[in-house]
Structures are given as structure tokens and as C-alpha cells.
Design a protein around this ligand. Structure first.
Ligand SMILES: NC(=O)c1ccc[n+]([C@@H]2O[C@H](COP(=O)([O-])OP(=O)(O)OC[C@H]3O[C@@H](n4cnc5c(N)ncnc54)[C@H](O)[C@@H]3O)[C@@H](O)[C@H]2O)c1
Ligand SMILES: [Zn+2]
Ligand SMILES: [Zn+2]
Length: 345
């Protein structure tokens, strides 16, 4: 089979390697046929040589839709023919967080596609404890987007959003999915902000009706327009931009939570005097737990998550480099770029 490897920044090359075979599976292992791989922001950092925790060469691919080809003799979670994906987190199982049921922040966390080989090849083996059996009516593309959905679901579960007015700053793929997950969990009203009309248009296509372009309307005016005198009681920062965290801290109702989902490339300033006096809590959110994937599958299956508008471009497996060129040249227009492996062997 053909494997795609990032040899060095800006250079993906293809290598012929032996395909894993059913007869070599361990008792707890599953052989997958990879159909679609999604490209995400972190992959782009790897391609640009800007990911702090990656050494080259690296095999990418951590968001994927696959079909079960064969299973080891102890596997009961899936059967050949099932649609599936798997969590890309490799954890130690022994550290404090792992023992406390929080393996997403394992002290020795390695993520496939970054610190461990990813799935950029037609056949891939995963152990049963990371497999997700997906609703059969989901497409392989929808399943490939389950990973960022799980990010949104995990973040939206870090505080209680039920019945609250919620703001999500940043309408990229992750902000969009955080906002959809917040809505799906029963928030009263959700406002999503961005400085890109294109991204906000996508948000509306996904069913997020309250949007604001804060390059054109002030944050305070948008809050007033959407929530009236009620204000907002919960927020998610998903842009990584200083102004957003400043606006959120300054305007959120006293006693509320702000979940930080974005990775800030520059350490932002936060007004701790206001944080203190207003009893605002800043809460981190890192990837997901297995249950977040299961909820993502359920919310995709019942339509609470609408991911179809997020797929903006599609490329064949051998066009991996072209996919990244497209992302570099059309950053705003590119939301989820899909790599299609269906024609590969
Ligand atoms: N916590 C996690 O587990 C996790 C997982 C995946 C991604 N992330 C992080 O989430 C963030 C979002 O990811 P993404 O893929 O959606 O990125 P993205 O770059 O596509 O989205 C960021 C959005 O913020 C918008 N933005 C810029 N300035 C703004 C402003 N002043 N107000 C409002 N919006 C503004 C941009 O236009 C863009 O649409 C990134 O920082 C990423 O690293 C975190
Ligand atoms: Zn990703
Ligand atoms: Zn651990």
C-alpha cells in the first residue's frame, strides 16, 4: 500500500510499504480500511514546521472515516463491514490524570498524526479500546469530522450551558462545532462571532442563526442585539485572539464561566482584577474522552450536529501536497479539507 509521510515541512512524499494483514492482528486489534481523512489546523502547523511537539518524518491523519475489514478474536465492539473511527490518543494509563479518569490530559499523551504515526494510508490497525462504532447511515466524510465534533462536545461539557445565553468567539471549524454542541446541549441562545463574513455564513448554514461580525459591529452592540438586557452567562473562546478574551471578561455576567478552547500562540493578557471581583472562572478544555466521541456519533446521527456545510474542498490521496497549497492560498475559504482514499490500494 501507499503511505503518505511529511518528510520535512512543506514536503509530503509517498512510499510503498507492506499493508497490515488480518492474519497478523492481535486478539484486541481491528484492521480498518481508511476512506476519508480530514485535515485540521494542527496538521497545517506540522506542514509549516510550526508545531512545537513534532519531529519529522511524521505520518499524518487523526480525523478519519473508516470501514472495519477484520477483527482480532477477542474484539466485540465492531464487526467487519461496520463504519468506524478511532480516538487518536495514546496514553500511559498509570499517571495521576489517567488514574483519575482524565486520560485526555495524560502526562505522557501522544497523539497519532503528531507524536505517533497517523492513518495516512489505506489500511490501519487500532486497538479495540479506542474504536468508535458509528451509526451506519453516516457518510465516511461525516465520520471523519467526528474528531472535531468530539472537541466541541468535550468543551461544551466543561461547564453547564443549559438554559443559558452563550457566546462563542471564533467561527472556524472548532468554534462552529463548539457552538452547535452548546446548542445541542440545551443552551437558551447562542451567539457566534467572527471577523469573516464567510465563516459566519457557514455558521448560519449549519443552523447557528445568531452571528455577529465584530469587525463591523461592536461586541457590546452584538450582545445587546441578540440577548437584549439578559446578557450572557457562559462563553467559549475559540479564536486565539487577545481582543476576544478581553471582551468576554469585560462583558460576561458576574459569576460565569469562560471555557478556553483556542490555543493562543501569544500568551494573552487577562484582567485578573475583574476575574477575581466578578468570580469568573476560566476553564481549559483539551481534546476529548471516549464518551465525547460516543456523544458526537449520537448527535451526528440524530442531526443535532450538521457538519456537511463545513467540507469546503476535496482532494485525492496523491494530491495531499495540493490540498495544503489550497489551504495556504485560501485560508478563509477553507474550513474542512477532505482527503479521499477510496481510489487507493
Ligand atoms: N482545545 C482543544 O482540544 C483544541 C482542539 C482543536 C483545535 N483547538 C484550537 O481551537 C482554535 C480554533 O481552531 P479552528 O480550526 O477553528 O481555527 P480557525 O483559525 O479556523 O478559527 C479561528 C477563527 O477565529 C476568527 N477570528 C479572528 N479574529 C477574530 C476576532 N477578533 N473575533 C472573533 N473571531 C475572530 C478567524 O476568522 C477564524 O475563523 C485554534 O486555536 C486551535 O488550535 C483546540
Ligand atoms: Zn484535528
Ligand atoms: Zn497517563
Amino acid at each position: 500500500m501507499i503511505q503518505a509521510r511529511v518528510i520535512k515541512p512543506h514536503d509530503i512524499e509517498f512510499f510503498e510499504v507492506p499493508a497490515p494483514e488480518a492474519k497478523d492482528l492481535k486478539d484486541n486489534e481491528i484492521l480498518l480500511r481508511i476512506h476519508k481523512i480530514g485535515v485540521c489546523g494542527s496538521d497545517i502547523h506540522v506542514m509549516h514546521g510550526q508545531h512545537p511537539f513534532v519531529t519529522y518524518p511524521v505520518i499524518q491523519g487523526h480525523e478519519y472515516g473508516a470501514e472495519v475489514v477484520a477483527v482480532g478474536k477477542d474484539v466485540t465492539a465492531v464487526r467487519p463491514g461496520d463504519k468506524a473511527t478511532a480516538r487518536p490518543q495514546l496514553v500511559c494509563g498509570e499517571c495521576g490524570p489517567c488514574r483519575n479518569g482524565r486520560p485526555n490530559v495524560c502526562e505522557k499523551l501522544r497523539v497519532q498524526g503528531f507524536q505517533a504515526p497517523g492513518c495516512a494510508q489505506p489500511y490501519f490497525v487500532v486497538p479495540e479500546d479506542r474504536i468508535i462504532r458509528c451509526a451506519p447511515h453516516l457518510s465516511y466524510e461525516q465520520i471523519a469530522i467526528m474528531e472535531p465534533c468530539a472537541v466541541g462536545i468535550h468543551a461544551s461539557g466543561r461547564t453547564d450551558v443549559k438554559g443559558k445565553n452563550v457566546i462563542v468567539t471564533g467561527a472556524g471549524t472548532i468554534g462552529n462545532l463548539v457552538a452547535q454542541a452548546v446548542k445541542g446541549r440545551g443552551a437558551k441562545k447562542v451567539l457566534i462571532t467572527d471577523v469573516s463574513d464567510l465563516r459566519l455564513e457557514k455558521a448560519r448554514e449549519c443552523g447557528l442563526e445568531n452571528t455577529a461580525n465584530t469587525a463591523k459591529e461592536s461586541f457590546e452592540d452584538a450582545v445587546k442585539r441578540v440577548f437584549g438586557d439578559e446578557g450572557f452567562q457562559c462563553a467559549f473562546e475559540v479564536s486565539g485572539v487577545q481582543k476576544c478574551i478581553t471582551d468576554l471578561v469585560a462583558n460576561i455576567e458576574k459569576g460565569s464561566d469562560i471555557v478556553i478552547v483556542a490555543v493562543f500562540s501569544k500568551n494573552p493578557e487577562v484582567n485578573l482584577a475583574v476575574l477575581d471581583e466578578h468570580e469568573i472562572r476560566l476553564i481549559g478544555s483539551m481534546m476529548y474522552l471516549h464518551e465525547d466521541y460516543l456523544l458526537a456519533d449520537g448527535m451526528l446521527a440524530d442531526g443535532r450536529l450538521n457538519v456537511d456545510p463545513l467540507v469546503t474542498q476535496r482532494f485525492g490521496f496523491k494530491e495531499y501536497n495540493e490540498a495544503y497549497d489550497c489551504i495556504d492560498n485560501h485560508r478563509e475559504e477553507c474550513m474542512k479539507v477532505m482527503i479521499d482514499l477510496e481510489a487507493t490500494e
